[in-house]
Design a binder for this molecule. Structure first.
Ligand code: SAH
Ligand code: SF4
Length: 359
């Protein structure tokens, strides 16, 4: 019998696994703490368990970490890992440090089926979904790297936030993403506050409310255009779930809880969606759907072979001012880690050397 992987099991599933090997359910609590609070990967070091039990656990179970293929550090301290799963599939993860905190950007799929025209990941097609184990264990690699598992001498919390904004569309892998986010935010383990986790979606309307209700994390929606005609051109998924459906889902999400706020991501593409007329249309949309929202204006990060150009600073600032005058926060996102292709939309699965040799 192959050994069972423990990372990615829900608390209930871990209990069942422990009972199945003839142990008492409370052992599952201890094990959960070792796995997710201390980040232990060696059964032998689980010091409050008997030697016999440790041996039994090692006979039956494994504790996964993706293999680190490469690790790059940007001049601005952004870090990017290329991670390999058991079957050889690879994804990228990025850590974006701020002064006294930072966000880990995790992936949910190998590639992406949404195929947004401006996105490097989207140009790769979908290979497969990541499992809950593979989503959770990415973040665990980041904690391993920064030595941020609790210990008597360690109180730092630089890996304070999680953004589900890496490779893939989380709501195309809804169940595994929900499961993973509930493990990452569980108070007995990794315990990242739900308010510090943001899931970004390209707008898979029918799943928005369900996924956010099931996790309690924050919602970001990749809007990128203020009308269907333009949005469908740059995001073909808009033909399937047009703006009306996406924004109605956003409205339903806010109606359930008055404190819920939405961030709309808006990529600034030169001459495509960056006119003042577009800003006015956006403002009208927010009013029509009565949304409490802020915007995140994202400078376009070019990648080899893409057809778009970034908007000039001048146009971005004019666009931002227009939104701000209408009462919306509209900060311009600073592109981080560009020198190591770690910025938004630049992630992909292959090593650069392999890309070059394939040409
Ligand atoms: N699939 C999800 C989450 C991952 S993408 C989504 O699309 O929302 C995270 C953000 O990066 C999205 O807002 C996406 O539109 C944006 N993005 C994609 N390509 C980009 C690029 N080349 N430059 C800047 N941002 C990009
Ligand atoms: Fe997929 Fe998001 Fe890229 Fe679109 S922007 S192709 S949804 S990863």
């Amino acid at each position: 019998m192959p050994k069972m992987e423990l990372i990615g099991l829900s608390k209930e599933e871990l209990s069942e696994a422990i009972i199945a090997i003839g142990e008492k359910p409370f052992r599952a609590k201890q094990l959960w703490q070792w796995l997710y609070y201390f980040g232990e990967t060696d059964f032998n070091k689980m010091s409050n368990l008997s030697k016999d039990l440790r041996a039994k656990l090692a006979d039956n179970f494994t504790i996964f970490r993706p293999k680190i293929i490469t690790e790059q550090l940007s001049v601005d301290k952004t870090r990017k890992w290329l991670l390999e799963m058991s079957d050889g599939q690879r994804v990228e993860m990025v850590y974006i440090p701020e002064e006294d905190r930072g966000a880990v950007c995790i992936s949910t799929q190998v590639g992406c089926a949404v195929g947004c025209r401006f996105c490097h990941t989207g140009s790769q097609k979908l290979t497969r979904n990541l499992t809950a184990c593979e989503i959770v264990s990415q973040f665990m690699v980041a904690r391993d790297t920064y030595g941020e598992w609790p210990s008597p001498t360690n109180e730092t919390r630089y890996l304070s936030n999680i953004v589900v904004m890496g490779m893939g569309e989380p709501l195309h892998n809804k169940d595994n993403t929900i499961k993973a986010l509930n493990i990452l935010t569980d108070g007995d383990g990794i315990a990242i506050s739900r308010r510090r986790v943001t899931m970004s979606t390209s707008g898979i309307a029918p799943h928005i409310v369900e996924a956010l209700d099931a996790t309690g994390v924050r919602l970001a929606v990749s809007l990128h255009a203020p009308n269907n005609q333009l949005r469908s051109q740059i995001m073909p998924i808009n033909n399937r779930y047009p703006l009306e459906e996406v924004l109605s889902a956003c409205r339903a999400y806010q109606e359930k809880d008055g404190s819920r706020y939405i961030t709309f991501e808006y990529l600034m593409l030169d001459g495509v969606n960056d006119s003042l007329a577009c800003a006015h249309e956006l403002i009208a949309l927010m009013k029509k759907y009565q949304l409490r929202a802020s915007f995140n204006l994202i400078p376009f990060n070019p990648w080899p072979g893409c057809i778009f150009k970034p908007s000039s600073n001048n146009r971005v600032n004019m666009f931002a001012r227009e939104l701000e005058n209408a009462g919306f926060a509209a900060p311009v996102r600073v592109a981080r880690g560009q020198d190591i292709l770690a910025a938004c939309g630049q992630l992909k699965s292959k090593k650069d050397a392999e890309d070059k040799s394939a040409k």
